[in-house]
Design a protein around this ligand. Structure first.
Ligand SMILES: Cc1cc2nc3c(=O)[nH]c(=O)nc-3n(C[C@H](O)[C@H](O)[C@H](O)COP(=O)(O)OP(=O)(O)OC[C@H]3O[C@@H](n4cnc5c(N)ncnc54)[C@H](O)[C@@H]3O)c2cc1C
Length: 466
């Protein structure tokens, strides 16, 4: 190991960090099982070293040196991933993107902004807002995650129903491939020039290369916005009303339908007991908002919705990025996590019912609830939350794994897709072959083998280990 380190020092000394504090800070993401290990005093392996490149050329050099030395390389952005995507071994090097930071170029006429991949999401958004523009991508973790991490995990923002998800706002990107060569996709509004190579990196989770720059297609800040809230007899009735809204062509940026238990938990002042709650936020040019809000309300009322105080939307807006820490629950012997899946409108009710029922059978389960927070013409996501308190805290990992297994299997059996926006990491990789199918999984493995034959980039993530 020390021989390896001395070669790394020689070739990459300008960006190499070996101190324990830096290695400890970069050894995990925000996966609840990493938190559990830390609480048990087993905070995960310390990587051999951390690399902090400041340019694409540095990244290319780092990748080439690690390849020549056969050292596994784990890319880390903000470390806010919740699926175990960053978990280096003691013989791995972590490449932190955090110093690939800041605005590279802004072309206001073309509504384009190019950022270093390690720029924090909130810094990128603040930067374009100074020009009266927005990226329009608002994950709850906007202040914890990097723009490169958004691309690597195929992230979704809270305003996605109108503005789309990360794949809709990334116009171009730059990435260092596993052999150290640099790929730059062209900045054109659309191309019919073969497969879209951006897609290789959207959702690649550090396994196919290191994303070094991201170009966003921006939009002007909205002129006005307006909130709306309605409650429904149950979640299924709310889903049916939401489907009608999307089908009619309306696209409120924020649509959030909570089942009765979540509505009661978070919005009890706005919703009677046992009713589902729909929050809507309209924004854009004033005439568009003026026509969308009443039309959507009329469709929801026809679908059984009862109008309630729009202050529910203001409450959500004020608290939307606050989350309790996993650790505080774990300290009480309770494991809490969220699992997001997706399905077409016709399958959503059975995915919802079968996952909630299956989670309800887990020993020690305290709650299994859901909301839908991203809607499309053909379907929506379901964002399940579960909390379980096993009789012995040491059973937490097994109970946690059981909750995941049941959610994945019930979703697949009901025809849903296993991941809407958190990615695969380690926690979902066992189900990826079922999601992609044998041919799809084989194609992904073939791509990985071609680009990274020694499997050095983020081993153990996304693809099942060999
Ligand atoms: C409180 C909280 C709220 C969240 N809310 C949302 C939400 O609303 N929407 C959503 O989509 N997600 C959400 N997430 C999940 C997480 O924030 C996203 O997955 C985010 O995109 C991860 O970005 P990151 O920079 O933190 O990546 P990291 O956690 O550092 O890495 C995630 C994965 O991407 C890879 N990676 C990171 N950067 C690069 C790069 N430059 N090149 C190649 N690979 C890279 C890593 O190797 C790893 O596999 C939330 C997480 C938390 C903790």
């Amino acid at each position: 190991m020390s021989q390896l380190l001395s070669v790394l020092r020689e070739d990459l000394g300008d960006m190499l960090r070996e101190d324990e504090a830096t290695r400890a800070a970069q050894r995990a993401d925000a996966w609840v099982m990493a938190e559990w290990a830390a609480l048990q005093g087993r905070g995960g392996a310390l990587p051999l070293a951390v690399l902090e490149p400041t340019s694409t050329e540095d990244v290319a050099r780092a990748v080439r040196v690690c390849r020549a030395l056969a050292v596994p390389l784990v890319t880390r952005g903000g470390g806010s991933g919740v699926c175990g995507g960053v978990q280096p071994g003691t013989d791995h090097v972590v490449l932190s993107t955090r110093r690939l930071d800041g605005l590279v170029g802004l072309e206001s006429d073309d509504l384009l902004a190019r950022f270093g991949a390690g720029t924090m999401g909130s810094d990128a958004e603040q930067c374009v807002q100074q020009e009266g523009l927005t990226i329009g991508h608002w994950p709850q973790s906007i202040a914890l995650s990097t723009v490169g991490g958004w691309v690597a995990t195929r992230a979704a923002g809270q305003f996605s129903t109108a503005y789309g998800n990360i794949e809709d706002v990334v116009l171009a990107l730059e990435a260092v491939l596993p052999d150290g060569s640099v790929l730059r996709t062209r900045e054109t509004p659309r191309a019919s020039a073969g497969p879209d190579l951006r897609q290789l990196f959207l959702g690649s989770e550090g396994t196919l290369g290191v994303i070094t720059e991201v170009t966003f297609s921006l939009r002007p800040l909205p002129e006005t916005s307006s909130g709306q809230a309605l409650h429904f007899a149950d979640f299924e009735t709310g889903l049916a009303a939401l489907r009608r809204v999307l089908r009619a062509g309306w696209r409120p940026p924020v649509v959030r339908l909570y089942d009765a238990r979540e509505a009661r938990r978070s919005f009890r002042d706005f919703v009677p007991r046992d009713r589902a709650l729909l929050l809507l936020l309209h924004e854009g040019p004033a005439p568009a908002v003026a026509s969308e809000a009443p039309a959507v309300e009329a469709l929801c009322r026809e679908g059984g919705g009862v109008v309630t105080d729009p202050a529910a939307v203001s409450q959500w807006l004020a608290h939307r990025n606050q989350v309790p820490s996993f650790r505080s629950f774990l300290e009480e012997g309770v494991v809490v996590d969220t699992i997001e899946v997706a399905a077409t409108w016709s399958r959503l009710p059975s995915v919802y019912a079968s996952v909630v029922a299956s989670l309800g059978e887990v020993p020690g389960i305290l709650a299994a609830t859901a909301h839908a927070s991203h809607a499309y013409r053909s379907g929506a996501n379901l964002y399940f939350s579960f909390a379980a308190k096993p009789s012995e805290p040491q059973q937490i990992p097994a109970v946690y794994a059981e909750c995941w297994r049941r959610t994945m299997e019930a979703t697949l059996a009901a025809g849903g897709g296993i991941a809407h926006h958190h990615g695969v990491g380690r926690v979902r990789r066992g189900w990826l072959a079922q999601e992609l199918g044998t041919t799809g999984a084989g194609l992904l493995l073939a791509l990985k083998d071609t680009l990274d034959p020694a499997g050095l980039l983020n081993p153990g993530v996304l693809l099942p280990p060999r």
